[in-house]
Design a binder for this molecule. Structure first.
Ligand SMILES: *[C@@H]1O[C@H](CO)[C@@H](O)[C@H](O)[C@H]1NC(C)=O
Ligand SMILES: *[C@@H]1O[C@H](CO)[C@@H](O)[C@H](O)[C@H]1NC(C)=O
Length: 370
C-alpha cells in the first residue's frame, strides 16, 4: 500500500525539480494536498481543472481526498515526519505551544483567574513529564457562557497544529453523539473504538466531553479505564492522552461563593480553590446523572477541578470588545455598554452575573455593525 504511492511521489517531485520546494513547505497538509493534486491530476490523470487564482495549478474536480483513509493520511504524515523535516515534537500534528496557551488564556479569557492558572499548570506539568502515570483528566465546571468551551478550544489550538480539526482531537457532545439511553450498548462500542483508534494513531490525543452531566453511567464506565493508572490496555498506552469534561455541575455552588465574596466586599480575584472545592464536591455528589454519580468525581481519576466563575457586566463588555476587534470593526465605550446592558443579570436583587455569560455576545454585536 505504501510503496506504490510513495514511489510516484518521489519520482514526480524529483523529475519536476520540486523536491526542494516540497521540503520547504511548512505543513504536512499543504504538502499532502500538493502531492495528492499532483498525483491525481498528472499521473493518474483524474478529472482536473485549473485552480481559479493560479491556472498553472491543477486541482481535482471532486474531493478526491476523501478516497483515502485516515490511516493512509497518517502514514503519509508519519513518513514525512520521519524525514525529520517538520517538527520538534517528532509529530507534525503536535505543537504543544504552552506560551501560546498562556497568552490566549491571559488575553482572551475574561474573569477566570482560577481556570487560567489551573489549566496552564496542569497542562504544562503533564507535557513536561516524559512518562506520566496516567492520562491527564480535567473537569471544567460552571454556567454556560463562562468559557468552558472556549478554553478547550484554546487548548486544542495551542497543542495541535490543526486545532479542533486535528485527527488527535475528538469532541463528544453528549446529547448529540449519545442521544438515546436505550442505545447505550452501541455507543459503548463506538466510544471504545473512537478512543482506542485515536490514541493508536496519536498517543497525545485530546478527548473533550461537552455536557458531561448528561453522559449515561454506562458510557462513563467505558471511559474510566482509559483514565486510570494502567500501564496499557490491550497493548496500547493511554497515559499520554488528555480528557476534558465540561459540565454545569457545581455551577450553583461556584456562583454562591462568588456572590458571598461580593457581599463581603472581597475581591473576586481572591476566590481560591480552597473556597470552592468543598462546595463543588458536595454539589456534584448531590446532582443527578451519570457523571456525578460515577466514581469519577469521588475517586481520584480527575486530576484537576477547574471552576469557571459567573461573569459580570465588565466581563461581558470585554467579550464585546473582543468580538468587535476580531471583526476588525471600530467600537466605542457606549456601544460596549449597550451590548452589555442587553444581557440578563441575576440574581434578582443583586443583578450581578450575566445569566448567559458571554454566550451570544458575538452574535449580538451584529446589531451594532455599520
Ligand atoms: C498552506 O496553505 C495555506 C492555505 O492554502 C496557505 O495560506 C499557507 O501559506 C500554506 N503554507 C505553506 C507553508 O505553504
Ligand atoms: C506559540 O504561540 C505564540 C503566541 O500565539 C506564537 O507567537 C508562537 O509563534 C507560537 N509558537 C509556535 C512554535 O507555534
Amino acid at each position: 500500500m505504501i510503496l506504490p504511492l510513495f514511489l510516484p511521489l518521489a519520482w514526480a517531485l524529483s523529475v519536476n525539480g520540486e523536491f526542494g520546494a516540497f521540503f520547504q513547505l511548512g505543513s504536512i497538509s499543504n504538502v499532502s494536498r500538493y502531492y495528492w493534486n499532483y498525483v491525481y491530476c498528472n499521473i493518474w490523470e483524474g478529472e482536473c481543472q485549473p485552480r481559479q487564482d493560479d491556472s498553472s495549478v491543477q486541482v481535482p474536480t471532486e474531493d478526491a481526498w476523501s478516497m483515502f483513509s485516515e490511516d493512509y493520511m497518517q502514514l503519509l504524515s508519519d513518513w514525512y515526519c520521519s524525514l525529520g523535516q517538520c517538527c520538534e515534537t517528532g509529530d507534525c500534528r503536535i505543537i504543544n505551544n504552552i506560551t501560546g496557551l498562556e497568552k490566549d488564556l491571559e488575553q482572551k479569557l475574561h474573569g477566570q483567574h482560577l481556570a487560567q492558572a489551573v489549566v496552564v499548570r496542569a497542562i504544562r506539568g503533564f507535557l513536561k513529564n516524559p512518562s506520566p502515570e496516567k492520562a491527564l483528566t480535567l473537569s471544567f465546571h460552571g454556567w454556560s457562557g463562562t468559557g468552558k468551551n472556549f478554553v478547550s478550544r484554546m487548548i486544542s489550538d495551542n497543542l495541535y497544529r490543526d486545532g479542533m480539526k486535528s485527527h488527535c482531537v475528538r469532541l463528544f457532545i453528549s446529547p448529540f453523539h449519545f442521544p438515546h439511553a436505550k442505545l447505550v450498548d452501541v455507543y459503548q462500542g463506538q466510544l471504545k473504538d473512537w478512543i482506542s483508534g485515536t490514541v493508536q494513531h496519536c498517543p497525545q490525543a485530546l478527548f473533550i466531553f461537552d455536557e458531561a452531566e448528561k453522559l449515561h453511567p454506562g458510557l462513563i464506565d467505558t471511559i474510566k479505564p482509559y483514565m486510570d493508572h494502567y500501564q496499557d490496555l490491550d497493548g496500547v498506552s493511554y497515559r499520554r492522552a488528555i480528557f476534558i469534561f465540561l459540565s454545569n455541575i457545581g455551577g450553583a455552588a461556584i456562583n454562591e461563593v462568588t456572590l458571598d465574596f461580593w457581599h463581603s466586599g472581597q475581591n473576586r480575584e481572591d476566590v481560591d480553590m480552597e473556597d470552592l472545592e468543598p462546595r463543588l464536591r458536595t454539589e456534584a455528589l448531590q446532582s443527578q446523572g451519570g457523571f456525578s454519580q460515577s466514581q469519577l468525581l469521588t475517586g481520584n481519576l480527575i486530576d484537576f477541578f477547574v471552576p469557571f466563575l459567573p461573569l459580570e457586566y465588565r466581563h461581558v463588555k470585554l467579550c464585546a470588545r473582543d468580538a468587535f476587534r476580531s471583526r476588525g470593526v471600530s467600537y466605542s465605550e457606549e456601544i460596549l455598554d449597550e451590548v452589555a446592558r442587553g444581557m440578563l443579570y441575576v440574581p434578582k436583587e443583586e443583578k450581578l452575573f450575566s445569566a448567559q455569560g458571554c454566550k451570544s455576545v458575538p452574535q449580538r454585536i451584529n446589531f451594532f455593525l455599520p
